[in-house]
Design a protein around this ligand. Sequence first.
Ligand SMILES: Cc1ncc(COP(=O)(O)O)c(C=O)c1O
Length: 300
Amino acid sequence: MLQTFNEKNRHLKVYIKDRLYSREAAKVSVFDSVVQGGDAVWEGLRVYPEGIVCLDAHLTRLQESAKTLAFVDIPSKAVIKEAIKKTLDANDMTTDTHIRLTLTRGEKITSGMDPRLNQSGSCLIVLAEWKPLVYDNDSGIKVISTSQRRNAPQFLDSKIHHNNLLNNILAKIQANVAGKDAGLMLDEHGFVAELNGSNLFLVKEGKVFTPHAHACLPGITRKTVIEMCEVMKIPLIEKNLSLSDFINAEGVFATGTMGELTPVVEIDGRSIPKEDAVMKSVLNHFSEAIRSYCEPLTST
Ligand SMILES: Cc1ncc(COP(=O)(O)O)c(C=O)c1O
């Protein structure tokens, strides 16, 4: 599904480094690390009137990704929360909002890969947009398996939520060429890793399965679903799963902050049912419970 321009986003205020800018003026330098090497980390956040879904877990992942990449001045959670609050307040946003939170390694003194050239501190960007869920979670999505393998730890650890997204973008291009909604990526052994921008689950004989998180982003929505299955006493198994397991499942769904829980109704031209009772109970429980995962922003 192709997102479209939302007129409500024409006059956004965007937070960069230490202040708010209008949409037109919101720019980073050509010397910024994100321009030079995709050298940045990011999180997608969803805003409800009750607060931001799993905010603390997202901020932990942002900080841990930055630490793995040896950023030297990682902002505290309090500083990041203050920047998010200022941005949401300036845009009068309390719901239907998605935030793209980015931390770049900052500006370099001259072009080059070496992080020692970064001498003016990291750069925090809070881009909040009016954005409903990106998929139609009633009709579901169609996906195609791609030839682009998902990065595993021996190449570039998928646990780092970095801005070097070309691995996933190449898979998305293959899905676009095939006229499908998302690209399904395998790991280096041929097991299913995830979609190009969300995690995958399948349901079979009353049990829920998901791939190990060695070659996918360990999604926060994924973790929430795993916890919910425990609460609902639905067996949840993490294991290596092949395309055949997914194609012959009784239900398949994708998880992510952008789309929440989305049935996958077709893989490589084979249709997947979306009426499975266990899958429906997980999807319904998620919709009912998600607001209890929201954390309000308070001024520090
Ligand atoms: C590649 C990839 N997989 C999965 C996800 C879903 O993660 P989360 O549930 O934390 O939003 C994302 C979200 O950014 C992603 O980029």
